[in-house]
Write a protein that binds this ligand. Structure first.
Ligand SMILES: Nc1ncnc2c1ncn2[C@@H]1O[C@H](COP(=O)(O)OP(=O)(O)OP(=O)(O)O)[C@@H](O)[C@H]1O
Ligand SMILES: [Mg+2]
Length: 315
């Protein structure tokens, strides 16, 4: 950082949809309409990519602000859970629509989701709020974990660039967003773009990482990074794919692996590391996330990130 650059209040501001996840598992079968079936297990956890990435970055000791909307009734739950990661809930606004809810229901073979958007409906309005804008420009890096609308991106990105913030985007599984040409501007404007393999396919029309490379090169994407599940990840650098394998782990639950990956990559960016190093940190965070049930329990701290890094890739 140049000596004259003013100290930013936050390392990262993460913006996106926030959910209360209700995870029911161990059903023997799917019920017919009007029937009741009983779950073997139930857990309630904070959810949504924004929460997962913010918690992961806070655990890596960055100064993180999470911005989004919840119902007031859930505030103390969010405060307590986020505190465990060294993250304050003060960036979360309360809204009468209540916290968004995702219900995940699974048998041994299948999983289905039921979602209520709740307060997340007001996210676009929130981003037009002057106080929130001030929080965003007070960050070194702003990560959007949401299908950011094109008009909002066009308003925000020039402001952020002018304030010296780098940016990243994970739109999640949003076929409508990914296939709408209006969003190509956003893909080009963001500094780091993080689709997974399925999302990349919606963009490029092809299944392979090479198809993503061709699309990203043609579109002039600044840093296109594709997440490849157990095969790791690849970044497009000067028209070529730079591939990094993940550490070998006993994966038990993939929930949130992509969000943890984003955090690891941003950790590298904030530390001024090379693309290869950012990919390695990201792959470690994604892989470790899969070793525990849920998105939050497996997230590494800086110490375990460093030790797995050395074991996997050498020093
Ligand atoms: N089985 C695995 N073994 C090792 N690493 C894994 C495994 N699964 C995922 N990862 C790591 O986590 C990263 C993200 O996983 P994935 O490609 O599934 O993202 P995603 O589909 O966006 O996930 P999410 O469901 O959270 O949105 C991968 O790029 C990889 O580095
Ligand atoms: Mg994802």
């Amino acid at each position: 950082m140049a000596f004259s650059e003013p100290m930013k209040r936050w390392d990262v501001v993460v913006v996106g949809e926030i959910y209360a996840d209700h995870v029911f598992s161990g059903f023997q079968r799917w019920p017919a309409a009007g029937e009741e079936v009983h779950a073997e297990h139930y857990v309630r956890e904070l959810g949504g990519g924004a929460v997962n990435t913010a918690c992961a970055l806070a655990r890596l000791q960055h100064r993180v602000r999470l911005i989004g909307l919840i119902g007031e009734a859930d505030r103390s739950w969010f405060e307590t859970r986020m505190q465990g990661f060294g993250l304050s809930a003060d960036g979360l606004r309360s809204d009468p629509l209540g916290t968004g809810v995702t219900m995940s229901v699974s048998t041994a073979e299948d999983r289905s989701f039921y979602t209520y958007l709740g307060a997340n409906r007001r996210l676009a309005e929130l981003l037009d709020d002057e106080t929130i804008r001030a929080e965003l420009i007070a960050a070194r890096h702003v990560h959007f974990a949401m299908p950011l609308a094109a008009d909002m991106a066009k308003r925000l990105f020039p402001l952020l660039r002018k304030a010296g913030c780098t940016t990243s985007l994970d739109v999640g599984f949003s076929p409508d967003w990914l296939t709408d040409p209006v969003n190509q501007w956003t893909c080009r404007a963001v500094d780091y773009f993080f689709p997974n393999q399925t999302e990349a396919q919606w963009l490029s029309g092809g299944e392979s990482a090479e198809a993503f490379r061709n699309w990203a090169s043609f579109m002039d994407i600044r840093h296109g990074v594709i997440k490849l599940g157990a095969a790791g990840a690849a970044a497009v650098v000067n028209g070529e794919l730079l591939h990094v394998p993940p550490p070998r782990v006993d994966a038990v639950d993939m929930t949130g692996a992509g969000d943890a990956f984003d955090a690891g990559y941003i950790d590298g960016v904030l530390n001024g590391e090379s693309t290869q190093d950012c990919l390695r940190r990201a792959c470690i965070c994604g892989a470790l996330c899969t070793t525990r049930i849920g998105a939050l329990e497996g997230l590494p701290d800086s110490f375990s990130l460093r030790s797995i890094y050395e074991q996997t890739y050498g020093t």
